[in-house]
Design a protein around this ligand. Structure first.
Ligand code: PGA
Length: 326
């Protein structure tokens, strides 16, 4: 250990961390403003000092060896700690400077940028980043401790060792083009009828898809999947183009509202009431900025809940389609 501390430089670890994260020498070089050959030399020197190969390059793909994986985890801890020190120092100066890395599931794109905008009005010097991916990818990032906080569209898996707090509702509705007969129909669609409709589904790994699969399976139904998209906006456009109907979060029509081109299909067992959760691994030392954002998110949660409630009430009477408060 002492030998490593004496011979390894932080810069080498920074280069290695970028290569391990991006799995690519030239992208790591671009991120750190280094040439590809400097990156290769740094990695080679680091491997020589450690006495183990850290990466294997097969074609264009960079893979981590066992030693590389070990070192990558350590790098994350070292740089995470340094980030926290930087932010704590900034906070000591009363500046609230620092950074916030947020990772959120796809539907969060309909509100997270706005929430970040409000946060940044309070703390204009904080550098913000937002990664939007599907549920499985976000859970993987959470396992790898890649971000400060994670936003999930419904309960996190029970077996994960995490802190989790609900902050606003995230109900799922059946949606069709506003001109579609089902969007105008007065009688409720049964689940059997829903399964027979040409459905536009999200990709495997999506939280919405897994909720839908569970719903159909537990009712012994096989849905008629017409097509699969990995993008809620593409699904909305396909619904408007009457390629089929779909199930999406109410957030996805927040901007257009009731008079937009997407309508709600009153369906048995819908809305499916879920809640937004903000999550982080147990034992993670939250930065000052992350703590401030957590608190802020709970205030914003009230505003979001109200917005959704108003929209839900405008599309269907409260008695018929209530969305549950968190
Ligand atoms: P997904 O999550 O992107 O993983 O489907 C969206 C949601 O749960 O609202």
């Amino acid at each position: 250990m002492l030998k490593l501390a004496r011979h390894i430089t932080l810069r080498q670890l920074q280069v290695f961390e970028a290569v391990a994260r991006l799995r690519n020498f030239s992208r790591a070089g671009e991120e750190l403003f280094l040439t590809q050959s400097t990156v290769s030399t740094q990695i080679k020197n680091l491997s020589d000092t450690i006495g183990f190969a850290l990466v294997e390059q097969i074609g264009k793909e960079v893979h981590l060896t066992e030693a590389g994986k070990l070192l990558h985890n350590t790098c994350r801890e070292i740089f995470g700690t340094l980030d926290n020190v930087e932010m704590a120092l900034a906070d000591l100066q009363g500046l609230k400077r620092g950074s916030l890395k947020l990772a959120a599931i796809t539907t969060a794109k309909y509100f997270a940028p706005e929430v970040l905008g409000h946060f940044s009005q309070l703390y204009p010097d904080i550098v913000l980043s937002l990664t939007i991916q599907n549920r499985n990818t976000i859970l993987q990032r959470l396992k790898n401790n890649m971000d400060d906080l994670y936003i999930l569209g419904h309960n996190p898996p029970a077996e994960m060792d995490i802190h989790s707090q609900a902050f606003a509702p995230n109900p799922l509705y059946v949606m069709a083009s506003a001109d579609h007969p089902l969007a105008k129909q007065k009688t409720r669609l049964s689940l059997e009828e829903l399964a027979e409709q040409p459905l536009i589904m999200r990709e495997a790994g999506s939280g919405i898809r897994s909720v839908m699969e569970t719903l159909f399976e537990s009712n012994g139904l096989k849905p008629n999947i017409r097509m699969t998209f990995d993008n809620n906006e593409a699904i909305k456009h396909a619904v408007i183009g009457q390629l089929g109907i779909s199930v999406l979060s109410l957030h996805s029509i927040l901007l257009e509202g009731k008079s937009g081109p997407v309508g709600i299909v009153d369906t048995e067992q819908f809305p499916i009431n879920r809640s937004w959760h903000v999550v982080y691994p147990k034992g993670k030392e939250l930065s000052v900025v992350a703590k401030a954002f957590l608190e802020f998110l709970h205030e914003e949660g009230q505003r979001l809940s109200q917005q959704l409630q108003d929209l839900a009430e405008s599309i269907a009477p409260r008695s018929r389609n209530p969305i549950k408060r968190r």
